[in-house]
Design a protein around this ligand. Sequence first.
Ligand code: A5P
Length: 225
Amino acid sequence: MELVKKRAAIEACKQIKDGDIVGLGTGSTAAYAIKEIGRLIRKEKMQLYGVPTSRQTYLLAIENSIPITSLRQHPRIDIDIDGADQIDENLNLIKGGGGALTREKIIASASKEVIIIADESKLVKNLGKNYYLPIEILEFAESFVKTQIKKIGGKPFTRINKNTSELYKTDNGNIILDIDFDIIYEPIKLDSKLQSIPGIIETGLFIGMVDKAYIGTKTTVKKLD
Ligand code: A5P
């Protein structure tokens, strides 16, 4: 599995050009891309700057000698390479398993090209089956948001930090709800319903944002456009 993720990441990194500002995704697959970007800088002498999507990614980028920049300095990112939790046949995604969905969505939206890297277990016919949809919300609004979500057919669970058994907090100081919607047949409709609930900061539905996906299999890397 690790080799499969690594292969997909290395293949995707071939799309990076000298001088690029690169969005750095979060998660175990994106970590392989970050290591490869570090190698491109050190060994291939490419001049690249990274915009991290989480604190965890920021630390990994520093460890791999990637010069860090920000959206303030570079509002337009050339290429974003990130992982996903589920990918449907239209390259719509569920993201947020690692809790970084809000910054990940901002970086993806600010990027000229978005490339998703994953192993083939992430490919699904419909989003939502066997994976709860993460959303980032204000802790203040927790009970209100949960009530509204139940009204539209979801079962929300507040994410707990497994290490501390306390509420899981995002890099932005907010909390995450993981919602069981069963199969999400109409992701666009669901996303707009969720976006209209006050207190929800961002949803893990990434719709129409992805240009390409590199899917690692045991034998090859499939490229989906
Ligand atoms: C982070 O918030 C997520 O969106 C990740 O991109 C996602 O969880 C993928 O992680 P893995 O590559 O570790 O499966």
